[in-house]
Design a protein around this ligand. Structure first.
Ligand SMILES: Cc1cc2nc3c(=O)[nH]c(=O)nc-3n(C[C@H](O)[C@H](O)[C@H](O)COP(=O)(O)O)c2cc1C
Length: 257
């Protein structure tokens, strides 16, 4: 059979129009569209076809409220039509192994398997995001769930060897609150030819980007925010965050050996 892959340049426009949406209309996405999105999620590539992720569609309003709080009072978790939690999942494989009488403990404990499951979950999320945006919906990732990963895991009854990587709000963007596109790093600072370019070569591009972002924030905040991108990044990492993550992961069945 001679299969062909159809060119679909409209997808590029979808990708390049991405912006995070944090204000949603009070309108529910029809189930048929959710199913189209989930079909696109499941079409994602995964390491060795392992599909080491799970998604929890959180519909219970009380649980939404709790998750919004756990994420640092992020109102959009309550307001969006659908809230998905993307989990790295080695529980499914462990269950199958146990049924087959196989012991995969050494593998499942490994840092490599943690990376595999985390990457699989992230790729599934990004497919979900692009599918939703292709339908004219808006999304925002909610990494804030990792402020309280233990509470999130208990609320969602996540078994051992499953952890919540992040959530995602999906819904109809409020047209009065659609932000402009956020400028990205110049490609010269990110996209190298054949070998990693010396940092010094990137510096002029990074400084230029600092000015672009400074202007972007000035415009967006009526002059209240005037830092450069580098300053924001450096300041935000001066104090290490979520230092409980290593022990949390170990407790959930990701000892990272
Ligand atoms: C893994 C991840 C976690 C994020 N967590 C949050 C979050 O908790 N709350 C939020 O409002 N935005 C969150 N974001 C959105 C980023 O702030 C946003 O993607 C970035 O500022 C670029 O802006 P843009 O998506 O509008 O282009 C997250 C994004 C990613 C990829």
């Amino acid at each position: 059979m001679n299969l062909q892959i159809k060119s679909n340049p409209e997808t590029l426009a979808v990708l390049q129009q991405h912006r995070s949406i944090r204000r949603f209309l009070d309108k529910t996405i029809p189930e048929a569209d959710i199913q189209r999105i989930v079909s696109s999620t499941l079409a994602v590539s995964s390491s060795s076809h392992g599909q080491a992720f799970s998604i929890i569609n959180v519909t219970n309003p009380e649980n939404r409220k709790k998750l919004a709080e756990y994420a640092g009072n992020q109102q959009q978790v309550i307001d969006c039509s659908h809230f998905f939690v993307f989990c790295a999942d080695l529980h499914r494989l462990e269950g199958l192994a146990s049924r087959a009488g196989a012991d995969l403990t050494a593998s499942l404990d490994s840092t490599e398997m943690f990376i595999i499951a985390t990457v699989d979950a992230a790729l599934a999320a990004q497919n979900t995001a692009v599918a939703a945006e292709a339908l004219g919906l808006g999304i925002v990732y909610i990494g804030g769930l990792r402020n309280n990963p233990q509470q999130v895991s208990e609320l969602l009854k996540l078994p051992e060897r499953v952890y919540p990587v992040f959530g995602m709000c999906i819904g109809y963007p409020d047209p009065e609150h659609i932000p402009g596109l956020k400028p990205r790093l110049p490609r010269e600072a990110v996209f190298f030819q054949d070998e990693y370019a010396p940092f010094e070569q990137s510096v002029p591009y990074l400084l230029e980007y600092d000015q672009t972002m400074k202007q972007y924030y000035l415009d967006r905040t009526d002059g209240r925010r005037a830092e450069t991108w580098s300053d924001t990044m450096i300041d935000s990492k001066k104090v290490p965050r979520r230092m409980f993550m290593k022990s949390f992961l170990a407790e959930r069945g990701f000892p990272l050996t």
